[in-house]
Design a protein around this ligand. Structure first.
Ligand code: NAD
Length: 257
């Protein structure tokens, strides 16, 4: 059995959207520690450049591209820039996403739902299409989508977010089957509550009872750590998971068990 070692991604290039913060930033650093060159993309340039300098400290090559995944032109320019720089991209992690302050569905502002659709669905769609076009030309690759447990089950008070993450799960499965013969694998991670700036912002909107319900949602009675999700993303992108395709991996401390 081939074990993941600190050279597992040597010579490979990984593109990560929403890579400035949280799960995306931790995944970028983890890939870098395993030897990958990194294309880091986000809309938060200041945070993106700060994460990029941590990647450079690891000793790999990395570039930052400011790109809004909900804009198809920006996505296509991002891929073109990345290919110009590195000639091929082995792994694309569709991680960029936006949150959804818990609200009863009938009172939810349509603008919040539509923003979730723009980033969480359209953004993943545009990046999957660009990634497929590139991977078909280069003879293969790995796509990892960051969905959510809210894409696998009911999620009261965040129904609009849940709908977008169900879409990411659906895209993951269908695209995986469609391109399986083209040496392209497509998988997803489905985290529960992970201790990132996104969850900290969500907690800040809640009263103490709500906060307790989130902190205690997992049978392990804690939030997940970004590194725990990054570990799964890296493994799904590695040769060790070579027969895994169309899988949506629950990462929730047992919440859905
Ligand atoms: N934290 C959790 O509990 C949790 C649970 C399940 C799923 N997720 C998913 O994980 C992913 C990462 O979330 P996180 O918790 O690390 O959040 P985060 O807010 O820390 O990071 C998200 C990043 O995405 C970027 N982003 C937002 N809109 C963008 C856009 N239009 N184009 C490009 N980049 C954009 C943000 O600037 C930010 O850097 C998201 O898809 C989220 O839905 C998070």
């Amino acid at each position: 059995m081939q074990l993941l070692n600190d050279q597992a991604f040597m010579g490979k290039t990984v593109l990560i959207t929403g890579g400035a913060s949280g799960i995306g930033a931790q995944s970028a650093l983890t890939f870098a520690q395993l030897g990958a060159n990194i294309v880091l993309s986000d809309i938060d340039q200041e945070a993106g450049l700060a994460t990029l300098s941590r990647i450079h400290e690891v000793g790999v090559q990395g570039i930052y591209i400011n790109a809004d995944v909900s804009d198809v032109d920006q996505v296509n320019t991002m891929f073109a820039t990345a290919i110009d720089e590195f000639t091929h991209i082995d792994v694309v992690v569709n991680n960029a996403g936006v949150e959804y302050p818990p609200t009863p569905t009938h009172l939810t502002d349509d603008a919040l739902f539509l923003k979730n659709v723009d980033v969480n669905i359209k953004g993943v769609w545009f990046c999957i299409k660009a990634a497929l076009n590139m991977m078909l030309k280069q003879g293969g690759g790995q796509i990892i989508n960051v969905a959510s447990v809210a894409g696998l089950r009911s999620a009261p008070m965040i129904s609009g977010y849940s709908a977008t993450k169900h879409a990411v799960v659906g895209l993951t499965k269908s695209v995986a089957v469609e391109y399986a013969r083209a040496n392209i694998r497509v998988n997803a991670v489905c985290p529960s509550f992970i201790d990132t700036p996104m969850v900290q912002r969500t907690l800040a909107h809640m009263d103490e009872k709500g906060q307790r319900s989130i902190m205690g949602a997992s049978p392990m009675k804690r939030l997940g750590k970004p590194q725990e999700i990054a570990n799964a993303i890296v493994w799904l992108a590695s040769d060790e998971s070579s027969f895994m395709n169309g899988h949506c991996m629950t990462m929730d401390g047992g919440m859905l068990a």
